[in-house]
Each structure stands twice: as structure tokens, then as C-alpha cells.
Design a protein around this ligand. Structure first.
Ligand code: ZN
Length: 423
């Protein structure tokens, strides 16, 4: 294994080449650097990179085609972030970019102790979204049997697990919750499943504890975003104490959400990423809008690569209710402390007579459907008090019958903000 110094040496070497590449080939960065009076030689190492201005999502969407640092002849693939027309970003991949992507996903799978004998079922969407194809080629690279079930058709999904004994599942945490719920209802044992990779949505340790206590499946958090690569930017090892960043390819920084100053180790801020090797659409100091912290301490697994904490939400998801800032993830954390509550819930925010009103509609876990009224009132009361104490806001909770909340095979919609519709 490498030492920390060796990692930094490789990063500095890649950074130098990357700055020359963008200055010579990316019209967007050429202009940005000229505007700020920066030449590639001015940034000699990672410390100097702090002089480089941030790159924002609005900028890259507005100047998408100018971000390309290669011609279409060298492009082998395009993928895109979600969003309405005019509001999504298209990333390009050269042959080398695709090879690096597969190798990062393969390394993520290896970190979970998997090898070519494993059977990977990819229940992420295939298409412009990076989840499906990203996992697909990573699994193939490791020599695994890959089953591209994609999203939807839950019956077929479960049938494949039963018949072909898939050992690994890759999907969103909300779809994983739904699949396990269906397994229980249909009395499917799924004993072959030993590992699941969950990504594309923030999910808390409460959900991990709940799912792992019910099923003998080890859950790994994997992080990525289309703008930078796709899944495989960072991944958990078997210690499950943060996600190792594939630092030879991505340089991570965490900066203050408002101050934009570099955070101290362990301090929560916004994740900023620089692609060190990306050829087609390189990004320098890209503000991801994801909230996390970073540590450089050697992990118990022996790896020296920096670790980011589990993403605790997107800055854009922040809700301001009655003047109080809250993240949906904070609400979920409190809800899941009651084992009777399921992870199927929805948070509705409305404005009544100029006042913000927040309500939660939540289902109970299947085994608690028969809970009597007194017990229901009790868990609602406890949870409402905890929300008030910890988040400084009153949110009323209503238990709804099982199956009321719409299930999702991709990213789940947990918040309905009706104030935006009325505005
Ligand atoms: Zn580790």
C-alpha cells in the first residue's frame, strides 16, 4: 500500500498535467483563467490550488459545451445529470476516462471483499444516469457475472435473485428498502445476497442499522456524481467509517458553506472536487453542494486515502421552515429512532394564513401494523417532541396505512414543498 506522501506526489503530478490540459483545450477554463490572471505554471501544487476560483453547477450548465477539452472524435460516451431541459449537465468520457471509471468501480467492489466469483445485480437505472452503466462496467472489469436488471419490474428483480443467486445488489437506498419489504411479504429468503451498494441518495446510519439487523446483508455507501465521473468517486471499506476517495483521480476539499474557507479536518462543510485525470470534461474545484467532512487519518483497514464522512444531505435540499434551516436527512434520522416507523414517509410543507406548516405522513413497519391507538399516540408524541427539541420546529406526524406512500425504484421523493407552487 502507498504512503500518504506517495499519494500527494501522484496528485501533484496529475494536477500539473491537468492544468495544462484545461488551459490549452477547455475554452471555459481558458477564459476563466485569463479573467483571473492565472497561468498553468502559477499553480505548482495542491496548496497553490486554493488560488483557483471555484466552479459552480450554474456555470457548467450555462457553458456545458465549452467545458469539453477534447473533440467529439475522441469522445466515447456522454452521460448526463438529471434535470429539465436547459438545467442538466452533460459529461463526456474518452476511452481513458471510461477505463478509469471502470477501475474505480472495480476497486470499490474489491474494497467490499468481492471478486470474480460474485454475481452483481445492477438495479440502478441504465441510460444517461451514471448508476447503471457505471456499476455494469466496473463489475465486468472485476470479472463478475453482471445482471443488468436496471430499475422497475420488482417481481423480475426478485426472481433473478432467487434463480441466479445474486450475491451483490447495487441500487438506491429507497429502492433497496422497497425490495427488502417485498422479499419479506413474498417470503423470499434471498440468502445468496451478502452485499449491497447503495448510492445516489443520502442515507443515514439509522437506516443501515435497521436494514442490517433485519437482513444479513452488508451495506456499503458509494459516492459519485455525473459532473465528476459517476459512482466510484469514493466508497466505504469494510470498516464503514467514512468513504475512501480515489485520490489519484479526484482531489477533495471541504469548504465552509457560506464562508467558502477551507474547513478543518472533521468540520462539516461543502465538498469541492477537482478531477485530476479526467480528459473529456475536467472540472477544477467543483462545488458539489454535498455536505460532508474529511479526515486524513489512516483507516483501520490500512488504507491512507482521505475519507469523507457519509453525505448528510445536499445544500440545495435545505428547507427553511418558519425561519429555521432544516435538512430532510435530519428529520429522517429522528423518525427512524422509533423502530415501529418505516422509512416510507413524506414531509409536506405548506403555507396556511402566511404561516409555514410542516407535516409528516409515515407508515409503520409491516410487523407493527396491528399497533393499538395508545401506542401510536405515544410514538408520535415522543418523535414530535424530539423534532421540536433538536430541530427547533414543530412538525405534526400522522401514521398512514401501509402502501399509502408511493414507492420508488430510483431516487425517492421525500419532500413536497407546496409553498413553491403558491408563490
Ligand atoms: Zn478503510
Amino acid at each position: 500500500m502507498k504512503s500518504r506522501d506517495e499519494v500527494i506526489h501522484i496528485q501533484n503530478k496529475h494536477l500539473k498535467r491537468q492544468l495544462e490540459r484545461i488551459y490549452n483545450n477547455s475554452p471555459f477554463y481558458r477564459k476563466k483563467m485569463d479573467t483571473h490572471g492565472i497561468l498553468p505554471g502559477d499553480i505548482r501544487d495542491l496548496d497553490d490550488l486554493r488560488k483557483f476560483p471555484y466552479t459552480t453547477k450554474d456555470e457548467i450548465i450555462a457553458h456545458n459545451k465549452e467545458l469539453f477539452a477534447v473533440s467529439m472524435k475522441q469522445i466515447q460516451r456522454l452521460q448526463s445529470s438529471s434535470g429539465t431541459i436547459g438545467n442538466y449537465y452533460v459529461a463526456g468520457y474518452t476511452k481513458t476516462d471510461l477505463e478509469i471509471w471502470s477501475s474505480c468501480v472495480a476497486a470499490s467492489l474489491e474494497m467490499a471483499g468481492l471478486d470474480s466469483r460474485d454475481i452483481l445485480q445492477v438495479a440502478f437505472n441504465y441510460g444517461l444516469f451514471t448508476g447503471g452503466l457505471g456499476f455494469h462496467y466496473g463489475g465486468e472489469r472485476l470479472g463478475m457475472a453482471v445482471i443488468p436488471t436496471s430499475t422497475g419490474s420488482t417481481s423480475r428483480q426478485l426472481d433473478f435473485i432467487e434463480k441466479f443467486q445474486s450475491t451483490v445488489l447495487a441500487c438506491t437506498p429507497s429502492y433497496f428498502s422497497y425490495l427488502t419489504e417485498e422479499m419479506r411479504k413474498r417470503h423470499i429468503q434471498a440468502q445468496s445476497l451478502k452485499v449491497a451498494f447503495l448510492g445516489a441518495e443520502a442515507w443515514g446510519t439509522e437506516l443501515r442499522e435497521r436494514l442490517q439487523s433485519q437482513y444479513n446483508i452488508e451495506l456499503f455507501d458509494i459516492y459519485g456524481l455525473t459532473e465528476i465521473l459517476g459512482p466510484g468517486v469514493a466508497c466505504e471499506c469494510g470498516i464503514h467509517d467514512g468513504l475512501h476517495v480515489f485520490e489519484e483521480h479526484f482531489y477533495p476539499e471541504v469548504v465552509g458553506i457560506e464562508s467558502e474557507e477551507c474547513c478543518a479536518e472533521g468540520e462539516v462543510g461543502e465538498l469541492v472536487l477537482t478531477t485530476l485525470t479526467k480528459e473529456a470534461t475536467p472540472l477544477i474545484r467543483y462545488k458539489t453542494r454535498d455536505k460532508t467532512s474529511i479526515t486524513y487519518k489512516r483507516c483501520e483497514c490500512g488504507r491512507v486515502e482521505a475519507r469523507i464522512a457519509k453525505i448528510t444531505g445536499r445544500i440545495d435540499d435545505m428547507l427553511i421552515i418558519k425561519g429555521v434551516n432544516i435538512y430532510p436527512q435530519q428529520v429522517e434520522t429522528i423518525l427512524l429512532r422509533q423502530r415501529e416507523f418505516s422509512s416510507n414517509y413524506i414531509l409536506v410543507v405548506e403555507r396556511e394564513a402566511y404561516l409555514d406548516m410542516a407535516k409528516i405522513f409515515i407508515e409503520l413497519e409491516s410487523q407493527f401494523q396491528g399497533l393499538d391507538d395508545d401506542k401510536r399516540k405515544e410514538i408520535i408524541g415522543i418523535t414530535e417532541r424530539m423534532i421540536k427539541q433538536e430541530l427547533y420546529i414543530s412538525i405534526s406526524i400522522t401514521i398512514v396505512p401501509e402502501g399509502t406512500i408511493k414507492r420508488s425504484d430510483g431516487k425517492a421523493k421525500r419532500v413536497i414543498d407546496r409553498r413553491k407552487c403558491n408563490a
